[in-house]
Design a protein around this ligand. Structure first.
Ligand code: PLP
Length: 379
């Protein structure tokens, strides 16, 4: 089945009790049993919910995995993955990382005894050097946030396999329409479904997809034992969002390509980070592992200070100044003071998150209108 068919049909059956073509929102906490222990597969809604169940099945198919596990947010999904490990275990993560992931790793799991190394994964030898006999997981984000670096998923997975280390890929920025890490050898895919999967900036949600049954069983155990589950209404919204995922992401990527070209030619702009440029260091890898080059762009100004950035950030009319990404509407953000404020200044500078860096999440509006808006704001 091709992707466009999967998003409409895969894992989705009409409701057997009513024939409803759309998966109902099963707003219930418990289920009536015929006799003690005799039930229809549902006992209590932290453990199982039919709306969530359908979404989990669909996500598994979209990522070419076997098991989907849904959570109340992307970070709750990350939390569950980190709980697969024990005090003393070592995790290697990319250094150009979603700010909240850096925060939960260092401030929560660091305190609980997990050990982290943050390395530049655009050079595989940095990972090789960081591996110890305690290393249990390599955590990849690609494209990275907000520098849009590209990590070679297949190459990292090959290195990890040799050393019997698991690989997890945060696939939030690409979405399964552009990139399916399990096909490249990854063991775990994690999503902030809040972004492209939901796609309409109206829900917080997270998901994990794996192929391996034993790994899935551990994750379902953590999902139930720790209880960071999404509500059925939120699962419904993600199911609804997914139906147009391929159309939304494709249009957003096409818009991004035009906007990146406009920014590159602009005299006030210093650098534009966009993997679709042939001179981008990760361009060839992106071409190999992604269907399009994504709809995220970041750029810095020649006048590299917060005041200059603020002028642009407060002058756009179509681009809304807001955190998040992946919705139908275009957003503009300032990593240094918004998404990456929890990363120390020195750490931030090292990865290229300079004071004037501006991040765009391109939506599905008309590209000419978006370009005109940026042109007047840069003026
Ligand atoms: C937003 C985001 C997260 C966290 O997801 P929430 O749904 O906000 O908890 C994790 N990784 C990436 C890349 C993100 O953009």
């Amino acid at each position: 089945m091709k992707f466009a068919t999967k998003v409409i049909h895969a894992g989705i059956e009409p409701d057997s009790s009513s024939g409803a073509i759309m998966t109902p929102i099963f707003q219930t906490s418990t289920y009536v049993q015929d006799a003690p222990g005799v039930h229809k597969g549902f006992e209590y809604a932290r453990t199982h919910n039919p709306t969530r169940h359908t979404l989990q099945n669909q996500l598994a198919v979209l990522e070419n995995g076997n098991y989907g596990v849904c959570f109340a947010s992307g970070l709750a999904a990350t939390d569950a993955i980190a709980k697969l490990f024990s005090s003393g275990d070592h995790i290697i993560s990319c250094n150009d990382l979603y700010g909240g992931t850096y925060r939960i790793f260092t401030k929560i799991f660091g305190k609980l005894g997990l050990d982290f190394s943050f390395v530049d994964m655009t050079n595989i030898s940095n990972i090789e050097q960081a591996i110890t006999n305690k290393t249990k997981l390599i955590w990849i984000e690609t494209p990275t946030n907000p520098m849009l670096n590209i990590v070679d998923i297949a190459a990292v997975c090959a290195l990890a396999k040799k050393n019997q280390i698991l690989v997890c890929v945060d696939n939030t920025f690409a979405s399964p329409f552009l990139q399916t890490p399990l096909d490249l050898g990854a063991d775990i895919v994690v999503h902030s479904a809040t972004k492209y999967l939901g796609g309409h900036s109206d829900v917080i949600h997270g998901a994990v997809v794996v192929k391996d049954k034993a790994l899935a069983d551990q994750l379902y155990f953590i999902q139930n034992a720790c209880g960071a589950v999404p509500g059925p209404q939120d699962c419904f919204l993600i199911l609804r969002g997914i139906k147009t995922l391929h159309i939304r992401v494709q249009r957003a990527c096409e818009n991004a390509e035009k906007i990146a070209a406009f920014l590159k030619a602009h005299p006030k702009i210093q650098t534009v980070n966009y993997p679709g440029f042939t001179e981008h260091p990760g361009h060839e890898i992106a071409k190999k592992q992604m269907k399009y080059f994504g709809a995220m762009i970041s750029f810095s100004l020649k006048e590299d200070n917060i005041e200059a950035a603020n002028k642009v950030l407060s002058s756009t009319q179509l681009f809304s100044l807001a955190e998040s990404l992946g919705g139908v509407e275009s957003l503009i953000g300032h990593p240094a003071t918004m998404t990456h404020a929890s990363i120390p200044f020195e750490e931030r500078k090292k990865t290229g998150v300079v004071d004037s860096l501006i991040r765009l999440s391109i939506g599905i509006e008309d590209a000419d209108d978006l370009i005109a808006d940026l042109a007047q704001a840069l003026q």
